[in-house]
Design a protein around this ligand. Structure first.
Ligand SMILES: [Zn+2]
Ligand SMILES: [Zn+2]
Length: 97
């Protein structure tokens, strides 16, 4: 039986298209993808493998997103209802540029 592969669907939402009334520099971590304050850097928890989804349910609360690096399961896809803590910890966030 051929194995079916599922990829995460594009929700069509892009934060970059939302125009902010004020120009504010956003610092985004390349590891955890979270915004952070570089003057107040803190520990960074992240997964080093892309999450896998076993197919979206009709109800977001039933969606399960699995991180193959540690096997942790996140509940909900959009919005995320139960976030998992990253299995890899860095002392600080990393800036992408
Ligand atoms: Zn992980
Ligand atoms: Zn980070």
């Amino acid at each position: 039986m051929p194995q079916k592969k599922y990829t995460l669907p594009n929700t069509g939402k892009s934060h970059s298209t939302i125009k902010s009334p004020r120009v504010k520099k956003v610092y985004k971590c390349i590891n955890c993808n979270r915004h952070f304050n570089p003057n107040k850097n803190e520990k960074c928890y992240f997964h080093n493998k892309a999450p896998m989804c076993d197919g979206l349910r009709t109800n977001n609360a039933y969606d399960r997103v699995i991180y193959p690096c540690c096997g942790k399961v996140q509940i909900g896809y959009d919005p995320i209802l139960e976030k998992t803590q990253g299995c890899i910890v860095n002392d600080s966030h990393f800036l992408s540029n």
